[in-house]
Write a protein that binds this ligand. Structure first.
Ligand code: F6R
Length: 587
């Protein structure tokens, strides 16, 4: 969802600083952007429609300010217009705000505020107006606190006042992180915005507020009391968060998989064994996540079944609350999330916690909301993932889940050995010749309107994931199916030349899916076989190593590359798919 970034400190070109930092958050939203900065008790705002990466910093140069805020928008309320872009300013010109989230009662607040010259259709402008109203009766800080009592919904907002040099920010439900430098402060929805300046951070929790003056003071909004926050040192580096020589983050992150699988399984073994024991002893284990992470969960269900003979249920997080009847204090919910901020996942966790169940999370972002709100949390250690399409996070999540499934079976060493071999296989796969070959396959099918992907067992969720990857970055209509389901309906979609991808492993269901592939071929499909062996039904054979039960991990690699090249061949930017944002912090 939207990206927010603000600065207060000793640097004197704050407008330019937040503009540059905001560019690093563009994956959070790219409809429009804006910057506000304060100089000589005067707040100026510049905003425009379009991508910040394509914008000039000209209007922000040499502004001589030390306090500024910026926002990149993923539209929720109101269309993509300059008026709806943030920052928003109260009608008296005193309060300037940026916001990520949704204020659910903004219509009621709007009517209570009475006739005003609202210039946008957003829910955010109402917060500015509300704070400004309270400022007429109390100081700025108290006015912001009072306003939060009246807001319903989710927010992370940062606000400044023309007559007060503080920067104030509050959070409920949307991410907000304070970066602490030497005499300077950074507030952002994601760490990469300020990583070049500091690795010291404080995560705000829900219903917390921070006031930045010469130092940062934190408050709990529910008890209205000052609180202490623990400073965490982030182990990401600025270099990891850059795309370097790659054209796109997506390609860089696919290539990062040369070592991210090893990083995912590099865990404290005692902790893994402890978690495995917990899983074994839980009655009712659930896996949940959204989108790609949800498909990983589905594969996890298979891993637990075949490796550790443990029954695990799966529901996408947006559907999970419906199953609350089955949760007890003995249940365990395992959630998977790259960002650690996905609203549907947080909602699923709340439902589980209300029933007394425990939560284990697998996340990529250290200190994220999901990590902090879990009973146990493991980091997948994939490093920053900035492309909207999840790639390296998915293979890392699969690897760690597989390792845990082996630990539950009491075979941690065997699992580790398999995954070390898998990591080496991926390292070999990602060579220039392999990339060139996948590019050629993409060339053959980039004109297609439809593409279908089939898989069986753990490769069935990978077929679903392949469809997500192709849809989101190439806009080709792609669908994944359980191979055996074709004959029950979807095979009617196949016509001469329809691209169909078969994800096949060297496992006990191999012959079944080969038969399904032949059925597709006989209806005229153009078959792309992803497997360790060649088969006569294939028009193209994308070779993958035989990774045994880890086959979903290696099978994803060519799929991610194929989706990437389908996108670039169609002249699209895979890092910024239309209508999408990297971290989905609204329900
Ligand atoms: C697709 C993709 C999304 C995410 C989903 C969950 O490529 O990235 O489907 O997987 O929005 O996000 P996280 O993992 O951050 O919870």
């Amino acid at each position: 969802m939207c990206g927010i970034f603000a600065y207060k400190g000793h640097q004197t070109e704050a407008a330019k600083l937040v503009f540059d930092g905001l560019k690093k958050l563009e994956y959070r939203g790219y409809d429009s952007w804006g910057v506000a900065w304060k100089k000589d008790q005067n707040i100026q705002v510049h905003k425009q429609v379009g991508k910040i990466s394509e914008a000039s910093d000209e209007p922000l140069l040499d502004q001589g300010s030390s306090i500024a805020m910026s926002h990149s928008r993923w539209a929720t309320h109101g269309g993509v217009t300059q008026e709806n872009a943030h920052p928003h300013v109260s009608s008296d010109g005193k309060v300037t705000i940026i916001h990520n989230g949704i204020i659910e009662n903004y219509q009621e607040l709007k009517s209570e505020l009475g006739p005003h010259n609202f210039t946008s259709d957003t829910d955010t402008e109402v917060i500015a107006e509300l704070i400004s109203k309270h400022c007429k009766e109390m100081d700025f800080e108290s006015a912001v606190k009072k306003s939060t009592e009246e807001l319903e919904g989710r927010y992370a907002f940062i606000v400044m006042h023309q007559d007060d040099d503080k920067l104030i920010a509050a959070r409920r439900g949307s991410p907000l992180i304070l970066g602490v430098g030497d005499g300077e402060f950074f507030l952002a929805s994601d760490i990469p915005a300020f990583l070049q300046y500091t690795q010291q951070v404080n995560y705000l929790d829900d219903d917390q507020l921070v006031v930045i003056d010469t130092e940062a003071r934190f408050y709990d909004l529910l008890s209205d009391s000052e609180i202490e926050k623990r400073t965490i040192t982030i182990d990401w580096t600025e270099e990891e968060a850059q795309k370097g020589d790659y054209d796109h983050f997506m390609l860089k992150e696919i290539m990062d998989q040369k070592d991210t699988v090893m990083r995912a399984i590099n865990q404290n073994e005692e902790e893994i064994v402890k978690i495995a024991e917990y899983i074994k002893n839980s009655s009712g284990v659930f896996l949940s996540g959204c989108g790609t992470a949800g498909k990983v969960c589905m594969a996890g269900k298979y891993f637990f079944s075949v490796i550790s003979e443990k029954h695990v249920s799966f529901a996408p997080s947006s559907e999970f609350p419906i199953y609350h009847h089955f949760l007890t204090p003995e249940s365990l919910l395992i959630v998977i999330s790259q960002s650690g901020e996905t609203a549907d996942v947080l909602e699923a966790m709340n439902v589980a916690k209300e029933k007394g169940a425990k939560v284990l999370s697998l996340v990529n972002v250290q200190g994220s909301s999901i990590a902090r709100q879990s009973d146990f949390s493991l980091l997948i250690n994939a490093g920053p993932e900035k492309a909207v399409a999840s790639t390296k996070a998915a293979t890392s999540q699969l690897s760690l889940l597989l390792l845990i499934a082996y630990a539950v079976a009491g075979k941690l060493d065997e699992g580790k050995k398999l995954l070390i071999e898998t990591a080496a296989m991926i390292n070999d796969m990602l060579n220039p010749r392999y990339l060139e070959f996948i590019k050629e396959v993409a060339d053959e099918i980039d004109h297609a309107e439809n593409a279908y992907i089939i898989g069986k067992a753990a490769n069935y969720p990978m077929a679903l994931e392949a469809a997500i990857k192709i849809q989101e970055v190439s806009y080709i209509h792609a669908e994944g199916f359980a191979a055996g389901e074709l004959k029950h309906g979807p095979i009617a979609l196949i016509t001469e030349g329809t691209p169909c991808i078969s994800l096949i492993a060297e496992d006990e269901v191999k012959q079944d899916i080969i038969n399904n592939t032949i059925e597709l071929k006989s209806r005229g499909a153009h078959i792309i076989g992803v497997s360790a062996f060649r088969h006569e039904s294939y028009d193209h054979w994308i070779r993958v190593p035989d990774a045994g039960v880890a086959s979903p991990i290696v099978n994803l690699i060519p799929i991610q590359l194929l989706a990437y090249y389908l996108s670039t061949h169609r002249g699209l930017n895979p890092d910024m798919p239309r209508n999408l944002a990297k971290s989905v912090t609204v329900k």
